[in-house]
Design a protein around this ligand. Structure first.
Ligand code: KG4
Ligand code: ZN
Length: 349
């Protein structure tokens, strides 16, 4: 039988994504972002994001169908992100997907956004996910380490940030340094000319008591924290400003980045080695950070863990990842969710 042709819809944050796959073959990954409308507010404004999804949905769907060269009629199933994410934003995608499913009489699958991030690994030349797979998801909205024994049946949350997401920390520190929004790319750039050892900023939840003995699992063993780091950066900036000295922006940016990347890579290695993970997939917008990729890869490789970083267009929020997981569910003969489900902003893995 032919591979299922699946349309995936993503609207959990500021990206309206429509992706179409045939089995594990990516036909289109069409994305419209409302980021431009959020820039002057220094963060994603939920109400604006919801309205933007409403306006962008039909044009994005049409562009995706055109790009893939398929008609709505030919689609075998529809998949949509039902959570986690911004409530109003999710609701637009879920309502659109339900309407589409009812109108076309196609089966509809509700998809977990975090699991979908990992499923881009299915869009590889290799149709199967590696055994002993783990995932590191780092974006403006989430920072998680997952164990993925079975993408459609067993995905476990090993650790997560207990306060700010990694990308959120970048955005907040960029604001402190006057670097604008979104802050990740700006700090990444500023850090290139800075000394990462100029300031020794705190490494959240990496003291021995949180990571030491596997026999005494601390409650935050694989968890991360970035709010203390952000406060420490604020103190340094205040001190320079109070003394009338210019803030050494490049050095602060590089030192801040080194702390974030150090925490993430140490926690990731700990979680992988203690959970028999030997392949790690990295996802989320912060995967664009070259220092993060370098240190995670270096430290994982040193422990025999292979690191996969998909192309950035598949790391940031998109519809193709939703379609990929939907296609897998169809291929496994799983029954559809139907239209009786709601968007769940706090959906766990
Ligand atoms: O996955 P994404 O596009 O959207 C969600 O948050 O879901 O990720 C955006 C986040 C922002 O916080 C942005 O500052 C961060 O990713 N980011 C980066 C870089 N590029 C984007 N952070 C660090 N270094 C980068 N080069
Ligand atoms: Zn995401």
């Amino acid at each position: 039988t032919a591979e299922p042709l699946v349309l995936g819809i993503e609207s959990s944050c500021d990206e309206t994504g429509v992706g179409i796959v045939r089995g594990t073959d990516l036909l289109t990954n069409t994305v419209s972002s409302s980021m431009d409308e959020h820039v002057r507010f220094g963060g994603v404004i939920p109400e604006i994001a919801s309205r933007a999804h409403l306006e962008a949905f039909v044009p994005t769907l049409q562009a995706a169908l055109d790009d893939a060269g398929v008609t709505l009629d030919e689609i075998d199933a529809i998949a949509v992100t039902s959570g986690p994410g911004l409530a109003g934003a999710l609701m637009v995608g879920v309502a659109a997907a339900k309407a589409l499913a009812v109108a076309t009489e196609k089966p509809l699958y509700a998809i977990n956004h975090l699991v979908a991030h990992v499923s881009v690994g299915l869009l590889d030349d290799n149709d199967e996910l590696p055994d002993n797979l783990g995932a590191l998801l780092v974006s403006g909205g989430h920072t998680e380490i997952l164990s993925v024994p079975d993408i459609t049946g067993d995905v476990r949350l090993l650790g997560a940030t207990i306060d700010d997401a990694a990308g959120e920390a970048y955005d907040k520190v960029a604001r402190l340094l006057g670097l604008g929004y979104p802050g990740g790319p700006a700090i990444d750039k500023a850090a290139q000319n800075g000394d990462p050892t100029a300031f020794r900023f705190p490494r959240g939840l990496t003291a021995g008591k949180y990571m030491g003995s596997a026999e005494k699992p601390g409650s935050h063993r694989y968890d991360m924290s970035f709010s203390g780091l952000k406060t420490a950066v604020a103190r340094v900036v205040e001190t320079y400003e109070a003394s009338g000295q210019p803030v050494p922006v490049a050095d602060v940016a590089a030192s801040f980045q080194e702390s974030v990347v150090d925490v993430i890579s140490r926690k990731t290695v700990l979680a992988c080695t203690e959970n028999s993970i030997d392949t790690l997939l990295v996802g989320g917008g912060v995967a664009a950070n070259s220092r993060l990729r370098a240190l995670v890869t270096e430290r994982c490789n040193a422990q025999g863990i292979e690191v996969i970083v998909p192309p950035l267009s598949l790391c940031t929020d998109n519809g193709a990842m939703v379609a990929a997981l939907g296609a897998r569910l169809v291929a496994e003969g799983r029954s559809a969710t139907g239209i009786v489900f709601t968007a769940d902003p706090g959906l766990p893995v």
